[in-house]
Design a protein around this ligand. Structure first.
Ligand SMILES: Nc1ncnc2c1ncn2[C@@H]1O[C@H](COP(=O)(O)OP(=O)(O)O)[C@@H](O)[C@H]1O
Ligand SMILES: [Mg+2]
Length: 179
């Protein structure tokens, strides 16, 4: 994974394989804390789910479970109780809004419950939920450049997500132990 540029609030990575994108997700997952919200943008097949699979693994949830939900809009992955955060299990909510017809459906799919619980939340097709995003969330836009080439644009929208951007830039590609 190559860092192309790093500004104060944003970062661009290039990936040349699905494995590389998954590893990037893993290095982000190692940094995540309950309440972090990751908004994912990018066309079908750009690698959003691959990135979430890595995130889930890095965060301590079973990444083998991670797939694009085809009929449900929210999948929940629960980590082992060992290494639990703040006395609870690690929970990652994987929201995929591909099939949503209107933003007005969001309250009905448990959006508020997920956001106000101790989940990490990763949202695919986040442009369909902008109105409902918390102010401080991390935006990752995946761009398809070729069969295996992807460009990831990362932007923090508030203090916590800017901190995540900076720490991800430092650790990306070299997953460290969770601290
Ligand atoms: N550099 C790459 N990063 C991520 N996925 C890649 C890459 N190169 C090829 N792929 C492939 O592209 C597809 C991405 O699928 P997926 O993550 O489900 O996309 P999305 O969730 O954005 O629709 C997978 O089949 C993956 O193997
Ligand atoms: Mg997907």
């Amino acid at each position: 994974m190559t860092v192309r540029n790093l500004h104060e609030r944003s970062l661009t990575w290039d990936s040349t394989s699905a494995e590389e994108t998954e590893r990037m997700g893993e290095s982000l997952g190692l940094l995540l804390q309950p309440g972090d919200v990751i908004a994912l943008f990018g066309e079908l097949g750009s690698g959003k789910t691959v990135l979430v699979r890595g995130m889930a693994g890095g965060y301590g949830c079973a990444k083998g479970d991670v797939h694009s939900p085809s009929f449900t809009l929210v999948n929940e992955y629960v980590g082992p109780s060992a290494g639990a955060v703040n006395g609870g299990q690690r929970r990652l909510a994987h929201v995929d809004l591909y099939r949503i017809r209107s933003e007005d459906e969001l309250p009905g799919i448990g959006w508020d419950e997920v956001l106000h619980s101790r989940h990490v939340v990763a949202v695919e097709w986040a442009e369909r939920a902008l109105r409902w995003m918390p102010g401080d969330h991390l935006r990752v836009t995946l761009e398809t450049l070729g069969q295996e080439r992807r460009r990831l644009h990362v932007q923090g929208m508030g203090p916590r997500s800017v901190e995540l951007t900076m720490r991800w830039a430092e650790t990306g590609g070299f997953p460290a132990e969770r601290t």
